[in-house]
Design a protein around this ligand. Structure first.
Ligand code: AKG
Ligand code: FE2
Length: 249
């Protein structure tokens, strides 16, 4: 893997300090770039305490092994609430990247966190989680040191290496559709390794019955013109008909 293939790293520190040098603008631009090229990025200085994530992963391992599930539950809930805060920050940044009114993405969201344990690879089975795209708005992934998450970029699998307390962030289908595919919902998978693997996946999802379609800001000007015209002057010619495909999650 060439160094340039590694997941882009975005430092969110400027969002947690006084923004004297316009650092938030730089970080916002880095998010925009990453979402266009990879659909994934690695967030560092994200405001979720690293020891809290480590404890949550440890306790998630204990959760699958121990009869007393109360303590793991409390830590995982604390982690959930920190991820909720980070999710809101990432949505704010994406709102800005997409030039949308503040708070718009918040309307689309219903949060969910899944605690997973992956079994070690066997001779017959090495797929931990088969290839897919997330239906979410955004996904945050916190993983232990085992590794195995991979992202498809230009036909190659790029490992989303664990480490350094970073959180892997990816764009799901909702943002892809809202942005008319300007931002990418990348295909990814988890390949099983020799050891058990634990991860926490936090999803900001659209509410269950919500339909999603490209926002007008992302439709081509000619399309917008035709759409407006079609409302008052139903098209006579076949080629003037504009169909926007609705997308059900
Ligand atoms: O466990 C992981 O690292 C990622 C899982 C995943 O892709 C998902 O939950 O959608
Ligand atoms: Fe996924």
């Amino acid at each position: 893997m060439a160094a340039s293939d590694a997941l882009p790293v975005v430092d969110l520190a400027p969002f947690f300090t006084e923004d004297v040098k316009g650092g938030t603008a730089g970080a916002t631009e880095a998010v925009r770039q990453a979402c266009q090229t990879h659909g994934f990025f690695r967030a560092v200085n994200h405001g979720v305490p690293i020891d809290l994530m480590a404890r949550a992963l440890e306790l998630s391992a204990a959760f699958f092994a121990l009869p007393d599930r109360r303590r793991p539950r409390e830590t995982v809930e604390e982690c959930y609430s920190k991820f909720t805060e980070l999710g809101l920050l990432i949505q704010k940044i994406l709102n800005e990247c997409m030039g949308l009114p503040p708070g718009l993405l918040k309307d689309y969201n219903d949060d969910l966190m899944i605690v997973r344990r992956y079994l070690p690879a066997t001779e017959e089975e090495s797929t931990g989680f088969s290839t897919h795209e997330d239906a979410s708005c955004i996904t945050l992934i916190c993983q232990d040191d085992v590794g195995g998450l991979e992202v498809l970029k230009d036909g190659h699998w790029v490992p989303a290496e664990p480490g350094g307390g970073s959180i892997i962030v990816n764009i799901g289908d909702v943002i892809k559709v809202l942005s008319n595919s300007k931002l990418k919902s990348a295909t990814h998978q988890v390949v099983s390794k020799a050891a058990h693997r634990h991860s926490l996946s936090f999803f900001s999802n659209p509410h269950g019955d919500r339909w999603v379609e490209p926002l007008p800001e992302f439709l081509y000007k000619e399309y917008q013109g035709l759409l407006v015209r079609n409302k008052t002057h139903p098209p006579a010619r076949h080629e003037d008909v504009v169909n926007i495909t609705r997308y059900a999650i």
